[in-house]
Design a protein. Structure first.
Length: 167
């Protein structure tokens, strides 16, 4: 088993008996992987993007227990320490762990996105959430214009959710 598969298995175990959450992070992972590849990011960033996509919602369980909510602000607060422990246990280098944890702690922060790995994670999560949350066409167009920045993410969002008359 390779390193990414190890993260995937650990996350499936972490979210055991919660197929909706498992399905969510697997879909986000696939979109993040695809966008990163389409954008031709360098290997180290691609690795970080993929790991972050798998663990991005790791804070939901503890947020629901502590706050009775899975709101993004709680996920961003509670997720990084759990992700750090999981990745440290899997033997990742501190630099990778630190960046992944930063991304987990900012994946619901949509303003002032500076780095491509952050942008790709946000876009991949939106590609999945648009379907899972049944976003309206107006909401999707708003996200397209206000949040999406990569050519690949824009192409995917338009192709999946909009026809020519809606763009």
């Amino acid at each position: 088993m390779n390193a990414m598969q190890n993260v995937m298995i650990r996350m499936i175990e972490y979210d055991k008996a919660d197929p909706k959450r498992i399905q969510h992070f697997l879909k986000v992972y696939q979109f993040a992987k695809l966008i990163g590849e389409m954008e031709q990011v360098e290997d180290q960033m691609q690795n970080i993007i993929e790991i972050a996509a798998l663990v991005h919602d790791i804070g939901i369980k503890i947020s629901e227990e502590k706050y009775g909510s899975s709101a993004g602000k709680y996920q961003e607060l509670e997720g990084p320490p759990i992700a750090k422990a999981l990745l440290k246990d899997l033997g990742y280098e501190p630099s990778v762990i630190n960046r992944v944890c930063w991304l987990v702690g900012h994946h619901h922060t949509y303003h002032n996105i500076q780095e491509l790995d952050h942008q790709i994670l946000v876009e991949a999560d939106f590609l999945v959430n648009a379907y899972e949350d049944n976003l309206t066409v107006d909401a999707i167009v708003s996200v397209l214009t206000k949040i999406f920045r990569t050519d690949s993410g824009k192409l995917l969002l338009k192709t999946i959710y909009l026809d020519e008359n809606q763009m």
